[in-house]
Each structure stands twice: as C-alpha cells, then as structure tokens.
Design a binder for this molecule. Structure first.
Ligand SMILES: [Zn+2]
Length: 304
C-alpha cells in the first residue's frame, strides 16, 4: 500500500470509530422527556429517566425522621419507651368562625388520614390503652416505636368516620364511652359500640354523665367511675379496664377510687409530662388547627 492510499484510509477508520462512539453516548446526554419529570424538583437528566417512575403521591408525607425498618425490637425490660397518647374528640368538618370550641375539638377526616398515614410511614404501631397499661406494669410487649390513639365521649362520628380511617391504616384505638349518653342524638348506640369492639378496638369508660369527678361525694364518685365501666362491660360482653377522667379533672381521691374500681389505667388532659403513673397519664391534644408538621414534631419529640 502506498502512502497516498494509507492516509485517507486511516482517516476514514478514525472518523468512523468516532461516529460510533458519539452515537452510543448521545442518548445519555438527552434531557428526560417531560413525562419523566417529577413535579417536585422539575428537572432530571437522562440517567434518572432510566429509573422506574414512582406513582403519583396523593398525600405528601414529609418526614422528620427516617422510616423505621420493618419489624420492631422489643425494648429492654429496664428501658420502657415513652408512648405518646393522642387525644381526639370529633372527626368532622366544623366552621371555625361559627364554632371555635367545636373546631378545636375536631379534626377533619383528611387530617386524621394524613396523621395516621404519616405514623404508618414513620414506622409507628398503635397500642390500645389496655396494652399500654400492661406494658407499663411489665406484663406485656412494649413496641419501641408505639403510639396510642384515644377518642373521647363516644360521638357518632367515631363509628361513621374515625373507625374506617383507623382500620384503613391497620391501626387500633381506644374509644372512651360516656355510658349515660349512649344512643342519644349525636352519640353512638350500643350496636355501633359493639361494631368497634368487633373491629378490634378497645372500649373504655368515661363516666355515666361526664361530671367533674372532683366535685362529687365519695358514693356518687364510686357510681360514676365504677358503674359506668360495669354497664359498658355488660353491654359489650368484655371487661372494661381503661378509664378517662371527664374534662381531665381528677384528684387523689378520684385516682384512688378509679384504681379500686379495677381499672388498669386512666387518662387525663395533661398535655405533656412523665408517663410514670398509669392513673394520671398525659395525652397530646390533637386540635383542629394542628398542622401535619406540628403533629410530627409533637409525636416524634418523645422518641427514645
Ligand atoms: Zn369527655
């Protein structure tokens, strides 16, 4: 081969090799098509376009903590974890201007759904108050990351609205019933309360007529505390071991009577505090204006 022919041939080979290289790399430099772009960061290069697209997220679940791995390690016996007890009343829509108190006592179904969805995503499991009391006295399993859901007063929406949302997340809750209010307008009847029981929910007692227990004589106090639970137990065919002080009002005498009546725990409206005495348990009030971010902060502040 002469030099006259050799140079053009070599140039041709080099050019062809370069073209092949460029054509192989070109797709990697391509900007991802619009459909591959998430609504969150708005830009992704082709490298991420090869990843499977995540389905659209209906409720954003911001996380303040990494999601816990599946399965829980039981806490060591000498280190019982703090279990946040959440206090709910109504699950409904309320006009804040027309009914400010009702608004503060209510969360919307969407709020409850988002709160429980976040608890689930963050790896929490729910415990009923009877299980929490057992855990506190060293007689039961203590999940490392647990939360207790409580619903006060036995309102009708506990059955119609709260129950389906709690079940959808695979959670359990404790519902405190005012025995004398059952079946009245706005409250659940015994059939609904039995349906809660059948769904694995705990039924607790919340007195007969929701009085301030600290203002009662001893006899009436024993009736309000002891007989409310006995009446509910007879209606649902199960022991009632969890009590909630009406209006959060209690005294040493009220605590002593509650203990004597055979309950294993009682909840208050104390917003925060030590979880040392199962008969004066503090709860976190979940008010209507609580944002999801504040909810997360309140709950996760108690993590071990
Ligand atoms: Zn109440």
């Amino acid at each position: 081969m002469t030099m006259k022919l050799f140079l053009p041939v070599m140039l041709g080979i080099i050019l062809a090799a370069a073209l092949v290289l460029i054509s192989q790399r070109a797709p990697d430099r391509r900007i991802a098509p619009a459909t591959a772009m998430g609504g969150f960061d708005g830009f992704r290069l082709a490298a991420s376009a090869r990843e499977p697209l995540s389905p659209p997220v209906s409720v954003p679940l911001p996380t303040l903590m990494p999601v816990a791995p599946r399965g829980f390690t039981p806490a060591p016996p000498d280190a019982r974890p703090y279990v946040p007890i959440l206090m709910y009343h109504y699950v409904r829509y309320v006009d804040r201007a027309a009914d400010p108190l009702g608004f503060s006592l209510s969360v919307t179904p969407e709020q409850l759904d988002a709160q429980l969805g976040w608890l689930k995503a963050a790896g929490y499991e729910t415990v009923r108050m009877d299980a929490l009391a057992a855990c506190m006295r060293g007689a039961g399993h203590c999940p490392l990351r647990a939360v207790a859901l409580t619903f006060d007063d036995g309102y009708a929406d506990a059955f119609t609205t709260a129950l389906p949302i709690v079940r959808r997340h695979g959670f359990v809750a404790t519902f405190y019933i005012v025995s004398g209010f059952v079946g009245q307008p706005g409250y659940m009847g015994w059939e609904e309360i039995r349906a809660l029981r059948d769904a694995g929910m705990e039924i607790g007692a919340h007195s007969i007529s929701h009085p301030d227990l600290t203002g009662l004589g001893l006899e009436e106090l024993r009736v309000q505390v002891g007989q409310s639970g006995a009446l509910i137990a007879a209606e649902i065919g199960q022991p009632v071991v969890s009590f909630c002080y009406p209006g959060g009002r209690f005294s040493e005498t009220v605590v002593a009577v509650t203990r004597e009546a055979g309950y294993t725990s009682a909840t208050t409206t104390i917003q925060d505090g030590p979880q040392s005495d199962p008969f004066t348990l503090p709860r976190l009030r979940i008010a209507g204006d609580l944002t999801l971010e504040l909810f997360q902060g309140m709950v996760s502040a108690h993590l071990p």
